[in-house]
Design a protein around this ligand. Structure first.
Ligand SMILES: NC(=O)c1ccc[n+]([C@@H]2O[C@H](COP(=O)([O-])OP(=O)(O)OC[C@H]3O[C@@H](n4cnc5c(N)ncnc54)[C@H](O)[C@@H]3O)[C@@H](O)[C@H]2O)c1
Length: 321
């Protein structure tokens, strides 16, 4: 199957990630079936699709005239057979649990042809392990999106031991055709690329708070108005390339080596986030939210609206919308 032949897509699991993938596919003029075991989840997905689409209209990404047509491309169903039987590409977006994902793949395989690509949204489980009991593991990949998938372009593609290169190539072409920015991992790694990077950063946030160096609010402010601004434009290695002036990143790493070594020796290297940190983090975030002016979001709903509005502006600057 060639990537450009993919017209029917299925999202299995209609939660935070499933609904957003479904909306993205519909925006890209594909037909989507979205399935969940729970009718409440399916109803919530319908509301979320409508809400996110309204936000895209408000931010002039699509027009209100296009709304009904986009919505008409999404079919909601409680039947897995109906959801997957005509799909050429299936997105799995059920909870992050090997057993749930493995059982679901067995169900999906009952109703699909053996060359339908199945892409797991897993945040970092091993694809080989998820596909362990699959009848056709060669067509199974990781297609890890970033939340919300209808806005963030990145998809991390991972191969399992039995995934064919052909399937990876088709998936990469497909994601590219619909405007995503896929990166392919050269070997399996728990947490993939970005969740490892995110957690390395967050381990340090946690340690700084636990040591009393700064508050949650100041750590967020430091990232948002410091390196976060640059990371929204280019990756950390390119940022360091510029930081090294005419000597580039190699010069920067050589120049700062003794100093960086001192920091690294002092930095966190724990293998598990301390349990008591969850409560401390939540209290810090509550305080931070309380201090924010309403126009940049001061509750979960307005924060989400603000995030989406800013993401859309940034994506426009990147010519991604
Ligand atoms: N939330 C994120 O930020 C994020 C980002 C990237 C990837 N992911 C990954 O995406 C996947 C889904 O996460 P989520 O945040 O959407 O979770 P979620 O809890 O919001 O949604 C999961 C949905 O799956 C449904 N479900 C459970 N068992 C099912 C089954 N057997 N068949 C069909 N539906 C079933 C649930 O009813 C629920 O609606 C996970 O693997 C997660 O790690 C999440």
């Amino acid at each position: 199957m060639e990537a450009k032949e993919i017209q029917n897509v299925s999202c299995v699991g209609a939660g935070v990630i499933g609904y957003s993938w479904a909306l993205y596919f519909a925006l890209k003029k594909l037909t989507v079936s979205i399935y969940d075991i729970s009718s409440e989840a399916l109803n919530l997905a319908k509301d979320r699709v409508e809400e996110s689409l309204n936000s895209l209209i408000l931010n002039q990404v699509v027009t209100s005239l296009e709304k009904d047509e986009i919505l008409s491309r999404i079919h909601y169903t409680l039947s897995i057979e109906e959801a997957v039987k005509d799909a050429q590409f299936i997105v799995e977006a059920v909870p992050e649990d090997y057993e749930i994902k493995r059982n679901l793949i067995k169900e999906i395989e009952k109703y699909t042809s053996n060359d339908t690509i199945i892409a797991s949204s897993t945040s970092g489980l091993l694809i080989t392990e998820i596909a362990k009991d699959a009848m056709y593991p060669e067509r199974f990949i990781g297609g890890h999106p970033y939340n919300p998938p209808h806005l963030i372009p990145l998809v991390e593609i991972t191969k399992g031991e039995k995934t064919t290169d052909e399937v990876v190539k088709t998936a990469k072409e497909f994601y590219t055709l619909i405007g995503k920015e896929p990166v392919v991992l050269q070997k399996e790694a728990l947490g993939f690329i970005c969740n490892r990077i995110q957690m390395a950063l967050y381990r340090e946030v946690c340690d700084l708070i636990m040591r009393g160096v700064c508050t949650i609010e100041d750590a967020d402010k430091a990232v948002t108005y410091g390196p976060g601004l640059r990371w929204g434009i280019m990756g950390p290695s390119l940022v360091f390339q510029l930081g090294g002036g005419e000597h580039g990143i190699a010069g920067l790493l050589q120049h700062l080596h003794p100093s960086i070594d001192l920091w690294l020796q002092d930095m966190a290297d724990f293998k598990s986030i301390p349990m008591e940190f969850a409560k401390i983090a939540q209290e810090g975030v509550n305080e931070e939210i309380k201090n924010r002016p309403q126009e940049i979001g001061n509750n979960n709903e307005s924060l989400r609206e603000y995030r989406d509005k800013m993401l859309i502006e940034l994506l426009k600057l990147h010519h991604k919308l």
